[in-house]
Write a protein that binds this ligand. Sequence first.
Ligand code: NAD
Ligand code: IPM
Ligand code: MN
Length: 347
Amino acid sequence: MLIALLPGDGIGPEVVAQARRVLDAVCGDALSYETAAVGGAAYHATGHPLPPETLALAERADAVLFGAVGDPTCDALERALRPEQAILGLRKALGLFANLRPARLFPELADESALRPEIARAIDMVIVRELNGDVYFGEKGMRRTATGRREGYDVMSYDEDQVARIAHVGFRTAMGRDRRLCSVDKANVLETSQLWRDVVIEVSAEYPDVALEHMYVDNAAMQLVRAPGRFDVIVTGNLFGDILSDQASMCAGSIGMLPSASLNESGKGLYEPIHGSAPDIAGQGKANPLATILSAAMMLRHSLGRPDDADRIETAVAKALAGGARSPDLGGAMTTDAMGDAVLAAL
Ligand code: NAD
Ligand code: IPM
Ligand code: MN
């Protein structure tokens, strides 16, 4: 099986290197790898953040392991050439509409959570984030008002088929867990969200065993820090899911801990940590690679049919943490390499 490795920018290459070491240890020659440039690195090398060869590799591979994109030296470029367009382009081109972002607290990290340990201990949820629609992909631009003032706009929209297919993923995910689904929207203000809520209710008829609740996104942000244990599965749109998952990561200890899977209708997947390129710590050996290592485990489970290997990696991460492995974001001083060493030793 062929894995496309897209390390990207900033800490992306640093964390992907550690995931590769772990995959080599667990899967040996069963997997082969091809690496391609993406993001700012690809822009500097080729003039485009998502070169055709990179997209072709992602399409040809059995799965994609992605680091992160984002480069402050590219922030002034026109939007189509910015590094972030690479990940948005991959999500769209591969039809990766379902983004699973599991957030659970490894018990060893209860003291690293931004929440009190007794509240944090209960965290075990999956955020199911829609990834192909919403304000991310609507018409956008900059124009002048009638009085000549600059006006930026981004159109938020969802059609009912887009909502229904992510709702099904939410319900199916809940069926495999504690059968509680919380749909997060802003239906008190947004038409997009009213449709979202109506369609989620329609789809719920097919899942009588799942307890469905609806919550406004502002309340959800509050409940995530007040009582995160109340959530089992959250299903929400692209923008709300982006924001809530960064928040959930700190409740679970660190942004450097949360993996993700982005899946399409045929089960093809791209796997990446939820964090970005972290320019503030890039090149310093300070990045926590565990989110990427856990993303590799998700890849083995969801795309490569190797659930036992996925379990082995997740168990090794827990064991490494129990043994005291701590990068700076977790209150320690271990380097990115040393964190990888700790997981390998636990394996
Ligand atoms: P970020 O996630 O890169 O960093 C936020 C903070 O968290 C920083 O202080 C960073 O040092 C820290 N952090 C992130 N990952 C860490 C890790 N593994 N270990 C330790 N600390 C970690 O978010 P940002 O600073 O808002 O964005 C930086 C760039 O990354 C931007 O260009 C942004 O667009 C991009 N970005 C890309 C992705 C992606 O590729 N999917 C995701 C988010 C942000
Ligand atoms: C993420 C990131 C991306 C997003 C950006 C870089 C386009 O924040 O993967 O969470 O907003 O989806
Ligand atoms: Mn994000």
